[in-house]
Design a protein around this ligand. Structure first.
Ligand code: NAP
Length: 402
């Protein structure tokens, strides 16, 4: 067994037989993991013969961890993930009143997983609410640690809120009325730049044509507006590999110079219109936390694939790939739900290892399975003539088509 190395340049190098921790997750987690694992193993085998193979290590978290160790997120699990740099997980129940806002948030904070990455691509055969869902092929890079999601907030009438309101009134001339909850919106230069750098590097590595900074800087000038400014600065660090939209118009007669990634920006509300009206003009999106939360779910719904949407949370030293849905407790243990979100997250993980061939095989086989009308209950109820498969049978149908 060997470990994934991250070099001085921040590049991840996977050995041929990396050890990768998995967290099964709660609720339907064990079902979808049981369907996912054979798909990933078979794709790697198919792509590389016996040369490459993943050694899975189980890491406990959530209810399974609590039952066995009395802890929701045991230190041993954190050490295992830290040591191996990459992990994959099913959904986790959020323990109520245990000092965690959520286990997922805890993982993001502990490992500083600052980029939430959500690729959105149409899978033919999936019922979608728009006319041309196939025009959507975007990857959203959502900042994951700052913005109004940093958790810096105080309830109305709490002594902290009253004190802060008092300070703002006396020191800053800002009047805040009684019974007002207060929260802070945070945007730092480094927080914004590291996210945008990652998005631009991804666009360059994957041969994508543009990165769009999505912000609400016309109103929130010093947070969202600063994100835009810092975003352009971070992109400029890539020198002649990038070109701004303004430069394309002013210096290149409206034609993008061969091989360069265009950096552009859009105001968030306009962007929601753009992705509906002209989706094929956008490829990689980099955006603060709240915009990214809304936009990634809206885009996933646009292609009919909320239940199939993959996700990854990535930092400089660690990456966690996960199903984006919850534990769906009413279906737990029924071998029923759609494992597509975790399977596609697994494909993202393979891509992150540099195993693009295996990732492409997974996506293609999943697409062929759905196109053949072989789907789990959630899609079967929407597609005329589809054959409903169990979670595990859907996984097997994908393996057969690899
Ligand atoms: P949910 O578990 O995502 O389930 C809501 C509904 O979405 C399900 O009832 C089902 O709809 C559909 N669904 C979810 N996963 C599906 C799948 N794989 N295949 C097909 N349909 C699927 O949301 P929730 O009920 O709000 O949350 C339950 C628990 O999950 C909570 O404890 C929450 O904290 C946790 N959670 C965890 C994560 C995470 O770990 N990343 C994320 C979100 C929520 P139908 O009933 O219509 O079939």
């Amino acid at each position: 067994m060997s470990r994934i190395i991250i070099d001085d340049q921040g590049r991840w190098q996977a050995p041929d037989q990396p050890a990768i921790p998995f967290i099964e997750g709660d609720g339907v987690g064990p079902d979808i993991w049981a369907a996912t694992r054979p798909v990933l193993e078979a794709a790697v085998e198919k792509a590389y013969g016996g040369k490459r193979r993943i050694e899975w290590i189980e890491a406990l978290a959530g209810e399974k961890a609590y039952d066995r160790t009395g802890e929701w997120l045991p230190e041993e699990t954190l050490e295992t993930i830290r040591d191996h740099a990459v992990a994959i997980k099913g959904p986790l129940t959020t323990p109520v009143g245990e000092g965690f806002r959520s286990l997922n948030v805890a993982l993001r904070q502990i490992f500083d997983l600052y980029a939430c990455i959500r690729p959105v691509r149409y899978i033919p055969g999936v019922p979608a609410p728009v006319k041309n869902p196939e025009k959507v092929d975007m990857v959203v890079f959502r900042e994951n640690t700052e913005d109004v999601y940093a958790g810096i907030e105080w309830a109305s009438d709490s002594k902290e809120a009253v004190r802060l309101a008092d300070f703002l009134s006396k020191e800053m001339g800002v009047k805040i009325g009684p019974r007002t909850g207060l929260g802070l919106k945070i945007a730092s230069e480094e927080g914004s730049k590291r996210l945008v750098r990652r998005a631009v590097r991804y666009a360059l590595d994957q041969g994508r044509g543009s990165v769009t900074l999505v912000h609400k800087g016309n109103i929130m000038k010093f947070t969202e507006g600063a994100f835009r400014t810092w975003g352009y600065e971070a992109a400029a660090e890539f020198g002649s590999a990038v070109v701004t939209e303004a430069e394309v118009a002013e210096k290149h007669g409206g034609r993008v110079p061969e091989g360069r990634v265009v950096i552009k920006d859009r105001i968030a509300d306009a962007m929601f219109q753009q992705v509906l009206l002209r989706p094929d003009e956008y490829e990689v999106i980099a955006t603060p936390n709240l915009n990214g939360d809304y936009l990634s779910d809206a885009l996933a719904a646009q292609v009919g694939g909320l239940g199939l949407a993959p996700g990854a949370n990535i930092g400089d030293r660690c990456a966690v790939f996960e199903a984006t849905h919850g534990t769906a407790p009413k279906y737990a243990g029924q071998d029923k739900v759609n494992p597509g979100s975790l399977i596609l997250s697994g494909a993202l993980m393979l891509e992150h290892l540099g195993w693009d061939e295996a990732a492409a095989l997974v996506r293609k086989a999943l697409g062929l399975t759905i196109a053949a009308g072989l789907v789990t209950y959630d899609l079967a109820r929407q597609i005329d003539g589809a054959k409903e498969l169990s979670c595990s049978a859907f996984g097997r149908a994908i393996v057969e088509r690899l």
